[in-house]
Design a protein around this ligand. Structure first.
Ligand SMILES: N[C@@H](CCC(=O)N[C@@H](CS)C(=O)NCC(=O)O)C(=O)O
Length: 210
């Protein structure tokens, strides 16, 4: 069976886990703990860049990058939710929202999260301020986009939601978004989505130890 190398607290891992659950595709979980030297060394052999998740197929082929893993799942499994529309224009729009969530929401939150765990002297207040400014901008854009939509791609749950949903769990703690009503309502729908609920439950014991 294919193996997913990931950690339950990693947002990019959560994104692919949601896709696996949405598509009802089975996999063997391989936990990566980057703070553990043995686990880290083993993972670097799989992905020298050191970023999770990575999907390893039965024939040994390795697929890093969360969006590429989802592209693989969606094109090889017709079960469950279609995550990237067949229509080329809808697919392009899905990929655009996926990029927005990864590059501007996820990476901004990551900056804030890891900065907060550094000793005072090593912190980067300017970088964190820039990350918060970007989040303000993008949350406003997403809120406006969601005003008349259930999911990022209208009525169809997609890869764009798999990318955004895990970010919102962390945003609640790091950069609350209550002032954006449509985004807040969307976050409520996300919490009720079984694929997210499963990911959230798997992360909970690890989150409690942070
Ligand atoms: N573009 C990558 C980003 C993956 C990523 O940044 N993963 C984080 C965890 S959420 C990671 O592995 N960080 C470890 C590190 O940067 O050393 C993807 O979409 O998979």
């Amino acid at each position: 069976m294919m193996k997913l190398h990931y950690h339950p607290l990693s947002t990019y891992s959560q994104k692919t886990l949601m896709a696996f659950h949405e598509k009802q595709v089975a996999f063997t979980p391989e936990l990566v703990t980057l703070t553990d030297p043995t686990s880290r060394a083993a993972f670097l052999k799989i992905n020298p860049i050191g970023k999770m998740p990575v999907l390893v197929l039965e024939d040994g082929w390795k697929i890093p990058e969360s969006s590429i893993i989802i592209e693989y799942l969606d094109s090889h499994f017709s079960t469950g939710t279609r995550l990237i529309a067949e229509d080329k224009d809808l697919a392009r729009r899905t990929r655009f929202h996926d990029r927005m969530a990864d590059l501007y929401v996820n990476d901004s939150l990551t900056k804030i999260f890891f900065d907060g765990r550094k000793p005072e002297a090593e912190r980067d207040p300017k970088g964190v301020a820039a990350a918060r400014e970007r989040l303000e901008l993008v949350f406003g854009m997403v809120d406006n986009h969601l005003a008349k939509r259930t999911w990022m791609m209208d009525d169809a749950f997609s890869m764009a939601d798999c990318a955004l949903a895990p970010c919102l769990g962390y945003a609640r703690m790091l950069h609350p978004f209550d002032k954006w009503k449509h985004l807040t309502a969307y976050a409520g729908r996300v919490m009720e989505r079984p694929s997210f609920a499963k990911v959230h439950a798997e992360a909970a014991p690890y989150l409690a130890k942070l």
